[in-house]
Design a protein around this ligand. Structure first.
Ligand SMILES: Cc1ncc(COP(=O)(O)O)c(C=O)c1O
Length: 421
């Protein structure tokens, strides 16, 4: 037995009431979405219907019951074989995957596999892992410097840094294509030249990331212009959609969205539930057409019935239940209404600041307004909790219209902007 120390610097036993007091004090030191001016981040308090301050969430909601029962959702439950112990909540996770793949992203649920990930980063990493291995199996006999050297990720300069992370983790090359300063559209000529150069240097496979709303601008990549360039290059390619931001918004605010499972060019999506859906942090989704998960099957996961295909391994079933509760509580019509409401508030704000000649960027169907830094003082940024594209050298600050960013708060910002201009 280890002889424990007589004194510990950080660790001692506390009473339950002291622990509770410490947590309450910590919460008081955090920002409070309900009352404060926090307008720059795509986050909010938990969904007000499922987890509202006055509901029964604190005394026995089914979400908390699941959390306490602690089902493990390890693995991918759409693949047919999985752990029997938690089959009840696994089924509800499959219901969630079915809703998203068919009723939100316009695919056929029977053709899609998926799981509840920890968020957008994991979904993006999972995609890169799958395609990297898929292309490796295609080019089994090719002679390259390293195993994955003939594959390259290509995406716009506005793409989220989780793709840089994925390139690093999975040892895959990455090329980012410039975007237009205003339209945030890819420089298509540069894309063509980059593909040619890559090909000349031995690249055979492209993992292309299409953004369904970028983090900073809410811009959506024009897949209809990108695919012909990919096709013309004669390189193998697979398209993953980063819908971490737009997954629960764009399909409801844009008529006939070009980005959905209806588009055969798209193979996979990642979505976040802890942004627009206001589910607890650590909740997102990864969806992919059937047949691809085999590329990340860890055969040595011998104790897991049905094996494991995911990055995360063990994960809480409560995350899937939070999505289940929110999606089925709203249903499609009320959900759309909620999203349209945010978008209409965002558009109203954009139009108001246009009248003040504030240089800003806003895309139809989005809830993000990016404002040029020349209009934003340090005081304004910190007073309204605005987030910049680059904390050291900002060009744009964004306002993200989440549920708690009400018109009254936006009016205060409009007043502030007009005072400083
Ligand atoms: C477009 C996009 N992709 C990926 C991510 C990463 O998501 P997460 O922080 O949930 O891992 C974000 C987060 O802001 C995002 O906006």
């Amino acid at each position: 037995m280890r002889n424990l120390k007589k004194d510990y610097t950080y660790w001692n036993q506390l009473t339950k009431s002291d622990i509770d007091d410490n947590i309450k004090q910590a919460l008081n030191e955090n920002i409070n979405y309900y009352d404060e001016l926090i307008m720059g981040i795509p986050g909010s308090h938990l969904d007000e219907n499922e987890f509202g301050k006055e509901t029964n969430v604190l005394n026995g909601s089914t979400y908390l019951q699941v959390l306490i029962n602690n089902p493990n959702h390890i693995g991918v439950h759409t693949l047919g074989k999985f752990e029997p112990y938690f089959k009840g909540t696994h089924k509800l996770e499959r219901d969630v995957i079915n809703v998203i793949s068919e009723d939100i992203l316009d695919g056929k649920a029977a053709d899609v596999d998926g799981y509840v990930s920890s968020g957008g980063t994991e979904g993006n990493l999972q995609a890169i892992w799958i395609y990297r291995n898929y292309f490796k199996s295609l080019n089994e006999n090719s002679q390259t410097r390293s195993e994955y050297d003939n594959t390259c990720i290509v995406c716009s300069a506005d793409t989220h840094y989780s793709i840089d992370k994925a390139a690093d983790v999975f040892n895959v090359n990455l090329k980012k294509i410039s975007v237009d300063n205003r339209s945030r559209e890819l420089a298509y000529e540069e894309l063509k030249v980059t593909l040619e150069t890559l090909q000349n240097k031995g690249t055979k496979n492209i993992i292309f990331i299409v953004n369904m709303m970028t983090t900073m601008f809410g811009s959506v990549d024009q897949i209809g212009k990108i695919v012909p360039i990919l096709k013309a290059s004669n390189l193998n390619y697979k398209i993953h959609v980063d819908g971490a931001y737009g997954g629960f918004l764009y399909p409801f605010t844009i008529e006939n969205p070009e980005i959905s499972f209806k588009n055969k060019e798209i193979t996979s999506f990642s979505l976040d539930a802890h942004k627009m859906l206001q589910a607890p942090y650590g909740t997102g989704l990864f969806l992919i057409r059937k047949g691809y998960f085999e590329n990340t099957k860890t055969k040595s996961a011998s104790y897991v019935v049905g094996k494991d295909y995911t990055l995360i391994g063990s994960r809480s079933g409560a995350n899937a239940i939070s999505i289940y509760k929110i999606l089925f509580n709203y249903g499609p019509y009320d959900w759309q209404e909620k999203m349209l409401n945010l978008v209409s508030r965002a558009k109203w704000f954009y139009e108001e600041i246009q009248q003040l000649n504030i240089e800003s960027i806003y895309f139809k169907g989005s809830n993000i307004i990016a404002i040029n830094q020349k209009h934003i003082t340090q005081e304004t940024a910190s007073k309204f909790g605005l987030v910049s594209d680059d904390s050291k050298n900002p060009t744009w600050y964004k306002v993200v219209v989440m549920v708690h960013v009400k018109r009254a708060k936006l009016l205060m910002l409009i007043q502030d902007l007009s005072d400083h201009d």
